[in-house]
Design a protein around this ligand. Structure first.
Ligand code: KIV
Ligand code: ZN
Length: 544
């Protein structure tokens, strides 16, 4: 058996399509670009049948990320996969979306557990086998690379799975992905399931890749994925920060770092450039507005922090006393002092390039202006500050509304009041003053009066990026439109209301709060004006 585990990233599909992780098309493209740089083998770019916008986003990723740059025809590019339910309309849309990639893949799925067949599909097991056989064969007429997933495999009868998977192989599938859709199995059970599939599926041979796809409902996704790999799976389906349906998917960083850190146990390799992990984790968090919990393995803010005196003492004597991985291996350069007030444009360009950001001249001008502004307020600029500035300046949606200026009064002596000036889409400057329960509330009320898009603020998070009183404050928010716009969940075929995340960073936390809110509102407005919230259901009727 080969010792290479393919990393199949589904951040842009299972991750993005979970309620609350909506990204704009531009953001999805940027994430895909960074996934390719991270070295993932397969990018599942979306579910093209969900909406015309989803199809277009996958198509652009297939063309732009799924092909080598001009002049480097031999550069490694990832496979670009599109998800499709097991019906011709979905498969056609998936093919339309991915066919522009050098290495396209159609990923089709159908549920195989008794519960799903009876209550959701209302199909007999025989009908399921028949449908899998026909739809995998149909996908194969379009695309050489076909993946099949028996949804809810974790709760399916293994004997039935062998039959379904055997049919999928016969019809041309070359990857068999085994999802624990509801995160139900234990590592021991999942090991046995994968082991049984490899040993008993008719027609199983070296050219077939067995894949694992686990959800984290019981906090066992990483353990189950590793158990599946130990049983012989050679593809792991994962997401950045573990985002995904309900409790999420297996997180890429945990599986990759477990394989690397415990190499003597697994003796397996991946193609992941682990130093990129921290950066892409922040990118996904900023775009989705989904904050990474501080104690999250590998990418949490505290993952490499040693507070307790006894730990600090040990660390000073020797790093390996309490650290099983080096922070730099995942790209965390915690308090590296990089630049100061007198650093020039050239130094900034070099440092950003070392951090993996290659900016063109116009972008560099913008970054340099932000850097100088920050250096006037903050003595020492660290990598973390630079990441925040880059995220704030470049990883944001098109500016429908742009903060042009603001002033806030608050305290115990009067009513918190905010005066906010925004440049609108028509180029006109709007100025409004509002009072609120506190400075952020007053600011958001003033913004609401200008923007006039009814929405609910679901979440507001604030934290300091580095230590010290002059630290940059970073704010993430999540908002939901009050008009009932929906999108579709491919697994359950139900519609849900989209949630938009926003991010802002500034040494003034009220300014950071304003930026984050405007950022999220801009996403919502773009989706509403471009009609990208409308989705097509099974019967071809427009919803939304
Ligand atoms: O969890 C699941 O079953 C899925 C399939 C569509 C692969 O995401
Ligand atoms: Zn899933």
């Amino acid at each position: 058996m080969n010792n290479y585990v393919k990393i199949f990233d589904t951040t842009l599909r299972d991750g993005e399509q979970s309620p609350g992780a909506t990204m704009t098309s531009a953001e999805k493209l940027e994430v895909a670009h960074n996934l390719a740089r991270l070295g993932v083998d397969i990018i599942e770019a979306g579910f093209p049948a969900a909406s015309p916008d989803d199809l277009e986003a996958v198509r652009r990723i297939a063309l732009e990320i799924g092909n080598p740059p001009t002049g480097s025809p031999d550069a490694k590019v990832p496979v670009i996969a599109g998800l499709a339910r097991a019906n011709k309309a979905d498969i056609d849309k998936a093919w339309e979306a991915v066919q522009g990639a050098k290495k396209p893949r159609i990923h089709t799925f159908l549920a195989t557990s008794a519960i799903h067949m009876k209550h959701k599909l209302k199909m007999d097991p025989e009908e399921v086998v028949q449908r899998v056989s026909e739809m995998v064969a149909y996908a194969k007429t379009l695309c050489m690379d076909v993946e099949f997933s028996p949804e809810d495999a974790g709760r399916s009868d293994p004997e039935f799975l062998y039959v379904v998977l055997g049919e999928a192989i016969k019809s041309g599938a070359t990857t068999l992905n085994i999802p624990d859709t509801v995160g139900y199995t234990t590592p021991d059970e999942f090991y046995k399931l994968i082991d049984g599939i490899i040993k008993h599926t008719p027609g199983m041979h070296e050219g077939i890749t067995v894949s694992v796809h686990c959800h984290d409902d019981l906090g066992l996704a990483t353990a189950n994925t590793l158990a599946g790999i130990q049983a012989g799976a050679r593809q792991a389906e994962v997401t950045i920060n573990g985002i995904g349906e309900r409790a999420g998917n297996t997180s890429l960083e945990e599986v990759v770092m477990a394989l690397k850190t415990r190499h003597p146990v697994f003796q397996l390799e991946t193609g992941i450039e682990t130093q990129q992990i921290s950066r892409i984790s922040k990118l996904v968090s900023n775009y989705t507005g989904m904050v990474v919990q501080p104690n999250k393995a590998i990418v949490g803010a505290n993952a490499f922090a040693h507070e307790a005196g006894i730990h600090q003492d040990g660390m000073l004597k020797h790093q390996t006393t309490y650290e099983i991985m080096r922070p730099e291996d995942v790209g965390v350069n915690q308090t590296k002092l990089v630049l100061g007030k007198h650093s020039g444009r050239h130094a900034l360009r070099n440092r950003l390039a070392e951090m993996g950001h290659s900016l063109d001249e116009v972008e560099l001008d913008k970054a340099f202006a932000r850097f100088k502004e920050l250096a006037d307020r903050k003595k020492v600029i660290t990598d973390l500050d630079l990441e925040a500035v880059i995220a704030d300046e470049f990883y944001k949606p098109r500016d429908v509304y742009l903060l042009n200026g603001m002033q806030v009064t608050s305290g115990t002596m009067g009513m918190p009041t905010a005066t906010v000036r925004l440049r609108g889409p028509d180029g006109i400057i709007h100025t409004v003053a509002a009072i609120g329960t506190g400075p952020v509330d007053a600011t958001y009320k003033a913004i609401d009066q200008i923007v006039n898009v009814p929405c609910t603020l679901l979440e507001f998070n604030i934290h300091a990026i580095t230590e010290g009183i002059d630290a940059l404050g970073e704010v993430t928010v999540r908002i939901q439109s009050e008009s009932s716009s929906t999108t579709m969940d491919p697994q359950s075929e139900v519609e849900y209301v989209r949630i938009y995340g926003g991010h802002g960073a500034d040494t003034d936390i009220i300014v950071a709060s304003a930026k984050a809110y405007i950022n999220a509102l801009n996403k919502l407005i773009i989706a509403q004006t471009e009609g990208t919230e409308k989705v097509q259901n099974d019967f071809g009727v427009m919803l939304g």
